[in-house]
Design a protein around this ligand. Structure first.
Ligand code: NAD
Ligand code: MG
Length: 393
C-alpha cells in the first residue's frame, strides 16, 4: 500500500489523480490533499478520501475548512501556508508525491519531496524549468524517483531505453520528437490573434486543463517550457529536441534511434494514462481511459511549427541555451503575462512581447542556489509588471 500526497488536488491533474487512486484502493491511499483557496472542493475531497492531512495555502481558507471538518466530526489535521505544503510533501509515511500545483508556487514543496527521497510524480513543469540542475541534483543526491507526468515527457520516458541514464546518445538515441497540438489558434489569421479573448485561448481543441496551461498551449509557451523540461529530464541539449505539430494529440511524443527506428507512445488524450503510468511504474494498472480506436482516428497529421505565429517557442529555446537563471526569468515573465492576459489587462500577442522584454532586461546569473533562482524570479516579475504598466500608458 503506497501513501500519496497530492499537491494541488483541486486542479485538473489533481482531480484526475484522485480518480485513478479510487480505482485501486488496495494499492494506494491518500495521505494528504492540498489546495490554494478552493474550500468547497477540498472539503468534498476530504470526505471522500479521508486523508490524514489537508492543507490550504490561504490562512482564511484553512480556518474555514477546519471549521467545516469539525462540524462533520472529522479528525483530519488542517494545515496552512507553504510550511503546510512542505510538511505533507516530506511526511515519513508518504511514498509518492503528485506535484500538481500550477506555476512557481509548486517549486518549494516539489523540491521538498525530492529532498525527502520520494517518488515525485512531476506535472508541475514550471518547478523543473525554474530550478533545472538544482532539482535534478536534489533527486539524485536523495535517491528520489522522478516520473514525468506531462503527457509528452511520459511518452518519451516510455520510448527511451530502460535505465537510460545521462548519455542517451551512447544508447543509440538520435533525436527526441516532441509533439504539440498547436492549440486553439493554430490556423487563426495572424492579424486576428491580438483580439483573442481569455475564453477563446482556454478552449483547447483536445485537452481539458487549468487556465494557465491552456493559455500556454495557445501561445505554445507550453511547448517551450516542455523543451526545457525535456532537456533536464533526459539530459539532452535543446537542439536535440524537434517540435512537431500533430493536431490530433494521439501520438504523445517519439524517440528516434540511430538504426532508423522511431518509437512512439499513442493513446487518447486523457491525463489519467500518464498519471497511472507514473503511479504504477514499472507495472501497469487500469486508468479508466477509453481505448484508442485507430479506425475512429483514421488519419494523423504532422506539421512544422510556425515560429512567427508562436514566438514563445524561440524565446524558450533561447532561454535554455543561455542557461543559468534565464529559464526561471522566462517562466516568471510568462506567469505574470498570462495572469495579466487572463485578467484582461493585456492582449494575447502582448504575452510574448512582455517575455522578450523581461529576458532582454533582467540579468541572468548562474543558477547555483535556490536563493539566486528565487531572487531572479522576483526581479523578472517586477520588471514584467513595470513593462505592462508602460504598455497601458
Ligand atoms: P489547475 O489550475 O487546474 O490546478 C492548480 C492547482 O494548484 C489547484 O489545486 C490549486 O489549488 C493549486 N494552486 C494554485 N495556486 C497555488 C498556490 N499559490 N499555492 C499552492 N497551490 C496552488 O492546473 P492544472 O491544469 O491541474 O496544472 C497543474 C500543473 O500540471 C501545471 O504545472 C501544469 O503545467 C501541469 N500539467 C497539466 C496538464 C493538464 O492536463 N492539466 C498536463 C500537463 C502538465
Ligand atoms: Mg504536455
Amino acid at each position: 500500500m503506497k501513501g500519496i500526497t497530492v499537491l494541488g488536488s483541486t486542479g485538473s491533474i489533481g482531480v484526475n489523480t484522485l480518480d485513478v487512486i479510487l480505482r485501486h484502493p488496495d494499492k494506494y491511499h491518500v495521505k494528504a490533499l492540498t489546495a490554494n483557496t478552493n474550500v468547497g472542493t477540498l472539503l468534498e475531497q476530504c470526505i471522500k478520501h479521508e486523508p490524514e492531512y489537508a492543507v490550504m495555502v490561504n490562512e482564511e481558507a484553512a480556518s474555514k475548512l477546519e471549521k467545516e471538518l469539525k462540524n462533520k466530526s472529522s479528525s483530519i489535521t488542517v494545515l496552512s501556508g507553504v510550511d503546510g505544503l512542505l510538511k505533507v510533501a516530506e511526511l515519513d509515511d508518504v511514498d509518492y508525491v503528485m506535484a500538481a500545483i500550477v506555476g512557481a508556487a509548486g517549486l518549494l514543496p516539489t523540491l521538498g519531496a525530492a529532498k525527502a527521497g520520494k517518488r515525485v510524480l512531476l506535472a508541475n513543469k514550471e518547478a523543473l524549468v525554474m530550478s533545472g540542475k538544482l532539482f535534478m541534483d536534489t533527486v539524485e543526491e536523495n535517491n528520489a524517483e522522478l516520473l514525468p507526468i506531462d503527457s509528452e515527457h511520459n511518452a518519451i520516458f516510455q520510448c527511451m531505453p530502460t535505465d537510460f541514464g545521462k548519455n542517451v546518445e551512447a544508447l543509440g538515441v538520435k533525436k527526441v520528437l516532441l509533439t504539440a497540438s498547436g492549440g486553439p489558434f493554430r490556423t487563426t489569421p495572424l492579424n486576428e490573434l491580438s483580439s483573442m479573448t481569455p475564453d477563446q485561448a482556454c478552449a483547447h481543441p483536445n485537452w481539458v486543463m487549468g487556465r494557465k496551461i491552456s493559455v500556454d498551449s495557445a501561445t505554445m509557451m507550453n511547448k517551450g517550457l516542455e523543451i526545457i523540461e525535456a532537456c533536464w529530464l533526459f539530459h539532452v541539449q535543446a537542439d536535440f529536441i524537434q517540435v512537431v505539430i500533430h493536431p490530433q494529440s494521439v501520438i504523445h511524443s517519439l524517440v528516434e534511434y540511430n538504426d532508423g527506428s522511431v518509437l512512439a507512445q499513442l493513446g487518447n488524450p486523457d491525463m489519467r494514462t500518464p498519471i497511472a503510468y507514473g503511479m504504477a511504474w514499472p507495472e501497469r494498472i487500469d486508468a479508466g481511459v477509453e481505448r484508442l480506436d485507430l479506425f475512429d482516428i483514421a488519419q494523423l497529421d504532422f506539421l512544422a511549427p510556425d515560429e512567427q505565429r508562436f514566438p514563445c517557442l524561440r524565446l524558450a529555446r533561447e532561454a535554455m541555451q543561455q542557461g543559468g537563471t534565464s529559464s526561471a526569468i522566462l517562466n516568471a515573465a510568462n506567469e505574470i503575462a498570462v495572469n495579466q492576459f487572463l485578467e484582461k489587462q493585456i492582449q494575447f500577442t502582448d504575452i510574448a512581447r512582455v517575455i522578450e522584454a523581461v529576458l532582454e532586461n533582467v540579468t541572468q546569473h548562474e543558477a547555483d542556489s535556490l536563493d539566486i533562482i528565487l531572487d531572479d524570479d522576483k526581479l523578472a516579475r517586477e520588471y514584467a509588471l513595470t513593462f505592462i504598466k508602460g504598455l497601458a500608458a
